[in-house]
Each structure stands twice: as C-alpha cells, then as structure tokens.
Ligand binder design. Structure first.
Ligand SMILES: C[S@@+](CC[C@H](N)C(=O)[O-])C[C@H]1O[C@@H](n2cnc3c(N)ncnc32)[C@H](O)[C@@H]1O
Length: 213
C-alpha cells in the first residue's frame, strides 16, 4: 500500500490553493459533473475532494476512485468511512480504464493520476513478477509506460464537450523528453504547474487539456 507522500501532497496542496467556492482551477464548479482519482491508493485525493464537496453547495460532482489493487480499494473505502462516516465515493477496481463500464465514457471533467512514475529496477527488466507494492512506483522500463498507456485511453473518458483537465505527476528520473513528445503526439496541451525537489529527484505536477488541431 502506498502511503501518501510528497507527490500526493504536491497535488493536494495545488488543488487546495486553486479550488474555491466558485471555481475548480478556473472551471466553474457547477460545470463539473464527475471527477476521477485514478490510482487512488489510500483514497487521499478522492477523500479530499469528497470532503470539499461536503461544505460547498455549488459543488455536486460525483467523485470516482479507481485502483488496480483490491487492497487499495478496500483501504480507501475504510479511510472514507473513518474520515467522513459516509460512503459517497464510487470505487472501481481496474487496470487503468480496462474494467470501466462503457457508461463512463465521455463523462469526466477532471481526471487526476498520481501514477507509478519511476523506472523499473534491473530485476524487473528480467521480467520477474511484480509484487503488489511495485504498482506504487514502477512506471515501466523508462518510468513513463504506465503514464503513456493512461494517456492513450484517457480522452475516451473525458467529457470533451465541456472544460476539462487531467492532472498527473511525473519525475525527472523518467524519460521526460519522450513523455513530452508522446503528450504532444496524442493531442494534448501541456502545462507544468509546479515542481519540487525531494531527495534524489524533481517531481512535477502536470496539467493537460485535449486539444488536437
Ligand atoms: C504513487 S501511488 C499514488 C496513490 C495515491 N493516489 C496518492 O497520491 O497517495 C500509485 C497508485 O496507482 C496504482 N496503480 C498502479 N498501476 C495502476 C494501473 N495500471 N491502474 C490503476 N491503478 C494503478 C497503485 O496501486 C497505487 O495505488
């Protein structure tokens, strides 16, 4: 299980500073119907959003949380109950969007993913099976494969008729140049919102909008 860390707080602190009673980072709150926290882990981001909803009557978005691990879903559900004494978040266990129902296509206004973003260790290159905890950090051989798989699918689940944002974390330890090329090729407008230096790496908060020309 991934314990919330600097990357989780980079995201949450940004959101905390950029959501108010009227706008979610510039998007009108009443225009937001559905938000997805992909790779929810302990549920910290989804629970933060659900908590914000509880004291803001303009904000009625459905909050979804998904993770590849059953353990994460169980943990997030328990944390929601512990923090809010309620079960309002909608949970999905899925490898990225693979098990999402078709009914969720074209629905999300906001999708947030704090993904595994570090390059695999040499033992992974030998294709040894992943342990569950490896899902927290192992982003593939170059550290960007899971993010790219996510980006290839994500536009199918965005509501492209309305304003939308994707937020995700990356690190300078992964192949950022290649990631940026892929982002542009897939038709996204890319902004780097914030960067912070932690021990051995810079972690970056990114925001995307689908805007093919
Ligand atoms: C860095 S942790 C982030 C956890 C939490 N969102 C946070 O910010 O503290 C990455 C999360 O993504 C999940 N994950 C990894 N690969 C995934 C995949 N293919 N599909 C869905 N979730 C995945 C992991 O199980 C883990 O919970």
């Amino acid at each position: 299980m991934y314990h919330p860390s600097d990357d989780s707080y980079l995201l949450i602190d940004y959101l905390r500073r950029n959501i108010d009673n009227t706008f979610f980072d510039g998007i009108k709150l009443e225009d937001i119907d559905s938000i997805l926290d992909m790779g929810t882990g302990t549920g910290i981001i989804a629970i933060f959003l659900q908590h914000f909803k509880s004291f803001n009557s303009n904000f009625n978005a459905r909050i979804f949380a998904s993770d590849i691990l059953e353990e994460s879903i169980k943990c997030a559900k328990a944390n929601e109950k512990l923090n809010q004494d309620s079960s309002k978040i909608i949970y999905l266990q899925s490898d990225l969007f693979l098990s999402f129902p078709k009914s969720l296509r074209s629905t999300f206004n906001i999708i947030i993913f704090n993904p595994p973003y570090l390059p695999s260790l040499p033992k992974m290159k030998e294709k040894l099976p992943k342990k569950k905890i490896d899902h927290s950090w192992d982003g593939g051989l170059k550290g960007i494969e899971i993010i790219i798989d996510f980006l290839k699918e994500v536009k199918n689940f965005l509501n492209l008729n309305k304003a939308h944002y994707i937020y995700f974390i990356s690190s300078n330890r992964c192949k950022l140049d290649e990631l940026e090329t892929q982002i542009a090729n897939l038709g996204f407008k890319h902004e780097k919102l914030e960067k912070t230096h932690i021990f051995f790496e810079d972690i970056i908060l990114n925001r995307l909008q689908y805007s093919p020309d």
